[in-house]
Design a protein. Structure first.
Length: 117
């Protein structure tokens, strides 16, 4: 899977997905963009986004238990780092996509590749 956070800025298109007031510390927001499920997290005022799909069985990893910046998939217990999408434990061995997130005023914006269909 791909870490979209590594794309050069000129290859990223930012879209507003929420307002700061809508996502308090420790909260998450689950949504879809172009059919891709995404999980957005606020961890102590820092925002992170990953694809909401466990690479072990395509389950909704964003619904799992969050401890710091690590999330545990609710289905089979695979753990991932939400800052990078890196798989941290079995049964998952493949990373999940992570996305750049920025604040523009009071808007939380998610970075997507410009070439998305």
């Amino acid at each position: 899977m791909f870490n979209y956070r590594q794309l050069p800025e000129d290859e990223i298109e930012y879209v507003t997905v929420a307002r700061v007031s809508e996502l308090g510390s420790g909260q998450r927001l689950l949504f879809e963009i172009d059919g891709q499920p995404i999980a957005l997290f606020n961890v102590a005022g820092r925002y992170f986004a990953i694809a909401d799909v466990c690479t072990h069985d395509d389950g909704p990893v964003g619904e799992g238990e969050l401890e710091g910046t690590r999330i545990t998939c609710p289905r089979h217990g695979a753990r991932f780092d939400i800052t990078t999408g890196k798989a941290l434990s079995l049964p998952a061995v493949v990373d999940i996509p992570s996305y750049p997130v920025r604040l523009k005023g009071e808007e939380i914006q998610l970075g997507l590749p410009r070439s998305r269909a």
